[in-house]
Write a protein that binds this ligand. Sequence first.
Ligand code: PGA
Length: 250
Amino acid sequence: MSHQRREVFAANWKMYKNGADAEKYIKEMRVLAKKNTQELIIFPPSIYLERAIAAAKGSNIGVGVQNVHWEHEGAYTGDISASMAAEAGCDYCLCGHSERRHYYSESAEMVTRKTHSALTKELIPVICVGETLMERENGDTLEVLYNDTKAAISGIEPNDKIIIAYEPVWAIGTGLSATPKDAQTAIAYIRNVVRELWGDIADRIRIIYGGSVNPGNIAELMACQDIDGALVGGASLDLNKFMSIINYQQ
Ligand code: PGA
């Protein structure tokens, strides 16, 4: 279906690929994706950001950082800041990916601070929210989505550039995708939470789905009214698969 909002397709490479593979992928993708009109983003491991940015320069592919610290500088061994990512040439920043929330105990407050920090450096935050399997089974999905979304954008000036990704934790990397109906329900709900806080700007904000997206399930997800694109992990590591996802309409 054609969406009223510009579609976004983002590749989250997590801790995969080496520098040469990252560069080769982007160089090949810029040729294949030349005519694509969607917003396209690659999130490489941060050590390859500059290489990825150089490979994407002048193309329609944007590059983002997978995580930042909320401070711009300080004694935080191993971390990088939004200022550093922006200086390197990034345009986007993932905030609150569930792997960060769960493996590194990132709290809602940290996610809020990271989102603020990204915005002050004009990085577009891609804020991830989603319920765990236990929360889902307990019937708490909507409450989690309400709290995560509210926490992430509270205190931010309404901004239609931010992107929200609904990523049910049980669907990430498991091969179990949310049904299009469930994903649509959750995303429409998130849009209403944004509307409650920010008013009608909610209709302009892109909300995308993530969790085992692949070339076989993308078309039916994109057929849903509120789903504006996808955040793709595993399937994005293979350029042909990622291109089939982006070109789901063909
Ligand atoms: P997946 O990961 O596509 O491998 O499920 C999605 C994500 O973590 O963003």
